[in-house]
Design a binder for this molecule. Structure first.
Ligand code: 5GP
Ligand code: ZN
Length: 112
């Protein structure tokens, strides 16, 4: 997707602070972090949202496995962490390329 912000970040057209990359996933620091550790874990393939993921596609479990790996690597397995996906306007999605927020480093509050 030529006009997608996260596709541009993934292909290097827009700079980002990379924390992890493999053939399926790119992870980078959120530009406006809401926690001491706030990373976006993003499939390299463009999906507009979680609604685009077919039942037989393992991308979500793959992304979760990378989130858990990153959390463990940073030592958050003991204190805890949070993985979030926002979908659609009321779900709070602002970038329409599927992504998961990995948050950690403080006691996180909860509201809806
Ligand atoms: P959403 O609101 O769609 O769930 O999350 C989008 C996230 O992308 C937000 O937390 C926002 O701060 C982050 N973001 C938006 N533009 C950029 C950018 O250009 N670079 C980085 N690193 N993060 C961005
Ligand atoms: Zn995209």
């Amino acid at each position: 997707m030529s006009d997608c912000l996260f596709c541009k970040i993934i292909n290097g057209e827009i700079p980002s602070t990379k924390v992890y990359e493999d053939e399926r996933v790119y992870a980078f620091k959120d530009i406006e972090p809401i926690a001491p550790y706030h990373v976006l874990v993003v499939p390299k393939k463009h999906y507009s949202s979680i609604l685009d993921v077919e039942n037989n596609d393992d991308i979500v479990s793959y992304v979760f496995s990378i989130c858990v790996k990153l959390a463990k690597d940073e030592g958050f397995d003991e204190k805890g962490f949070r993985i979030i996906n926002n979908c659609g306007d009321e779900g709070g999605q602002s970038v329409h390329h599927l992504h998961f927020h990995l948050l950690a480093g403080k006691k996180l509050s909860w509201e809806a």
